[in-house]
Ligand binder design. Structure first.
Ligand code: FPP
Ligand code: MG
Length: 329
C-alpha cells in the first residue's frame, strides 16, 4: 500500500513521540543513578549508565500508546528498567558472572554482599515509582512478575545438570524468568495508558511470546556468539549446568546423547567439552530447531496483536518481534 502524506505524517509523529518518551526515560534513569550518595547508588548507577537495550521501557511506552497519561507510563517504563537491572545484578551473583553490559559486574569487583544490596536498592526505587494511584494496576502486575522471576530462577537452579530436563520444563522456566516481566511491561504500560482490560490482556500475551522468543535467542547466542559481541560471558550456560534448547535437543535426538550426558554428569564442561557439544549441535538440526522455536514464538506474538482493534503502535510492535529474533547481541 502506498503511503499518503497524512499516513506518513502520522507515522513520523508516532515514532518521534516514542523516541521522545524513551529519551525522557533515559534522563530519569540517569537522574536516579546520580540522585544519592553512597555505595549502593553508585554501584547500581554504574550499571544503569553502562546502557542496555532498554527493551522493557520500549515495550511499556509502545503499549502505553499516544494520548496516554504520559507521566504514569514513564513511571512504569523507568520502574521496568530498574526491576530488570536489579534482577541482572542478582542474576550475576547467582551465575558468578564477571562481566555485564561490557563492564565488570558488581559481584566481581565488590563482592556478593554489595551486589545484593545494590540490587535491592534499585528494586525499592522501582516500587517507589509504582506506589502512586495512577500505577496501581502496574504495581500488581509487576509484583506478580517478580514473584514469577524468582520462581523461574529457583526452578532453573533446581534443574542444573539434570539431563532429564524436557523442552516443556525449559519453556516453563524461561517463561517465568524472562517472559513474565516482558508480559507485565506490556500490560502495565497498557493499563497506565488507559487501555481496556481486553487490550491489556492481548498485549500481555504478545509480551509473553516475545519473551519466550527473546530468551531462546539469548540462549542460542550463548551457544554461538562471543563475550566481545554480547558484553557478557558467552558459552557459559552449560558450564554452569544450565541446559538450554540446543542441548535438550541433542539429549532427545539420540546420536550424541551418551556423549552429552557424560559431559553433563562430569559437571565441569570446559572449552574442549563445549567445542564437542557445539560440533554435535552443528552436525544435527539442534541450532536450526532452536531458532525455529524462537521464530515460532515471535510469530505467536505477532498473532496476539490481531485481536486488538485500535493499536497505534502495531507496526512498531511487529517490527520489534522481528528484531528480537534477528538480534546479534
Ligand atoms: C537473566 O537470565 C536473568 C533473568 C531473566 C531473571 C533474573 C531474576 C532473578 C535474579 C530473580 C528476581 C530478582 C529481582 C531483584 C527482580 P540469563 O542468566 O539466562 O541471562 P544472562 O545471560 O543475561 O545472564
Ligand atoms: Mg545469567
Amino acid at each position: 500500500m502506498n503511503m499518503t502524506p497524512e499516513m506518513l505524517h502520522e507515522t513520523i509523529y508516532r515514532e518521534s513521540a516514542v523516541l521522545f518518551a524513551l529519551d525522557e526515560v533515559e534522563r530519569r534513569l540517569h537522574r536516579i543513578a546520580a540522585a544519592r550518595e553512597g555505595l549502593c547508588a553508585r554501584l547500581a548507577g554504574n550499571l544503569i549508565r553502562a546502557g542496555g537495550k532498554r527493551l522493557r521501557p520500549l515495550l511499556v511506552i509502545l503499549c502505553g500508546g499516544p494520548g496516554s497519561d504520559r507521566e504514569a507510563v514513564i513511571d512504569v517504563a523507568v520502574a521496568a528498567e530498574l526491576i530488570h537491572t536489579a534482577s541482572l545484578i542478582h542474576d550475576d551473583i547467582l551465575d558468578g558472572a564477571d562481566i555485564r553490559r561490557g563492564v565488570p559486574t558488581i559481584n566481581a569487583v565488590w563482592g556478593n554482599h554489595a551486589a545484593v544490596l545494590a540490587g535491592d536498592f534499585l528494586f525499592a526505587t522501582a516500587f517507589g515509582l509504582l506506589a502512586g494511584e495512577q500505577t496501581r494496576g502496574a504495581m500488581a502486575l509487576m509484583t506478580e512478575a517478580v514473584r514469577a522471576m524468582c520462581e523461574g530462577e529457583m526452578e532453573e537452579t533446581e534443574s542444573l545438570f539434570q539431563a532429564s530436563l524436557t523442552e516443556e520444563e525449559y519453556l516453563a522456566h524461561i517463561e517465568k524468568k524472562t517472559a513474565s516481566l516482558l508480559a507485565a511491561c506490556c500490560s502495565a504500560g497498557a493499563l497506565a495508558g488507559g487501555a481496556s482490560p481486553e487490550t491489556a490482556a492481548a498485549l500481555a500475551a504478545f509480551g509473553r511470546n516475545l519473551g519466550l522468543a527473546y530468551q531462546i535467542v539469548d540462549d542460542l547466542l550463548d551457544f554461538s556468539s562471543d563475550e566481545g559481541t554480547l558484553g557478557k560471558p558467552a558459552n557459559s550456560d552449560l558450564g554452569r549446568g544450565i541446559l538450554t534448547l540446543p542441548v535438550i535437543y541433542l539429549l532427545q535426538e539420540g546420536s550424541h546423547r551418551a556423549a552429552v550426558e557424560e559431559i553433563i554428569a562430569g559437571r565441569a564442561c570446559g572449552p574442549e567439552d563445549f567445542a564437542r557439544i557445539k560440533k554435535a549441535a552443528e552436525e544435527t538440526a539442534a541450532l536450526t530447531y532452536t531458532y525455529q522455536k524462537a521464530l515460532h514464538f515471535a510469530g505467536q506474538a505477532r498473532d496476539c496483536l490481531a485481536s486488538i482493534p485500535y493499536l497505534p503502535s502495531r507496526e512498531m510492535l511487529l517490527a520489534l518481534a522481528d528484531r528480537v529474533v534477528s538480534r546479534k547481541n
